[in-house]
Ligand binder design. Structure first.
Ligand code: F6R
Length: 257
């Protein structure tokens, strides 16, 4: 894992945004795997700001996304499809024709999961998967206990995740208890992974992910086995890491004698 520690949340968000832009500048038809949630809302806002300052052509990008609530229609304001269309795709000019969606309102969810995996395989896999992390160490909606060999499937959300995400639902609004998510194995097959974590409430999960022995109790710790994962952290999220390097990156091709 490369670990990029930034002094502030603003710097971390900027750094992650620049990694995404560099990927698209390098490879305009990249297959990107998008995440959602509060951290990603900040990141997408930053991408929109950078886009206004220095336009980049996103129209060739192929989009997949990480997860979706079961039972919400695509145009429900809390559906992740709605989130991504409004906060990311429309403002950056990503094309709907190149987007693949997890249909949490599909009549046959198992079939929807299988169809999604085959669309992903047909696209050649994910070039860059963006992730956040839950307080319990989840990635996507792979909650503690999820096995390493999991693929896209229906999962039950943990009480901790439900409590954390309640803030997005109006009082009295029904909050889905189930979701469909890319599996850990599917995520690990991505060429590159960028995980952004901000704030002291993520510090415990970040330390478990990066520095404790990999365990199903912290699904994000599976990323330790991935050869090209970059964690972008603000100081508060990095506060419990014992490795104090500012960046742990790959060795240069030529080591000095
Ligand atoms: C959402 C997702 C989740 C979030 C995580 C952090 O697509 O996959 O794993 O990234 O729950 O959410 P926030 O940023 O709201 O704390």
């Amino acid at each position: 894992m490369n670990i990029v520690r930034c002094d502030s949340a603003e710097q971390a968000v900027r750094h992650a945004a620049e990694l995404l832009r560099a990927q698209v500048a390098r490879s305009p038809k990249s297959v990107m795997g998008w995440a959602t949630g509060g951290t990603m809302a900040r990141l997408y806002q930053e991408l929109v700001t950078l886009q206004q300052q220095d336009p980049l052509d996103w129209s060739g990008v192929r989009s997949f996304h990480l997860d979706e609530y079961i039972g919400l229609a695509a145009d429900h304001p809390q559906s992740y499809r709605h989130f991504l269309r409004h906060q990311l795709m429309a403002p950056l000019g990503l094309q709907e024709a190149h987007a693949h969606w997890l249909r949490g309102d599909a009549p046959d969810l198992e079939q929807a999961g299988r169809a999604y995996e085959s669309a992903l395989a047909q696209a050649g896999g994910i070039d860059l998967q963006l992730l956040g992390i839950g307080h319990n160490g989840h990635i996507g909606f792979n909650e503690p206990g999820a096995r390493l060999d999991t693929r896209t499937r229906v999962v039950r959300l943990s009480p901790r995740t439900l409590a954390a995400n309640q803030r997005f639902f109006a009082p009295g609004e029904v909050q889905p208890q189930w979701a469909i998510t890319l599996g850990i194995q599917t995520i690990l097959e991505s060429q590159q992974i960028v995980l952004l974590a901000l704030g002291e409430d993520k510090a415990r999960a970040v330390a478990a992910m990066a520095e404790e022995p990999p365990s199903e109790l912290c699904p994000a710790s599976a990323l330790q086995a991935h050869p090209a994962t970059t964690l972008v952290l603000d100081a508060a999220a990095a506060a419990l890491l014992t490795c104090k390097n500012t960046e742990r990156s790959a060795l240069p091709a030529q080591l000095p004698p």
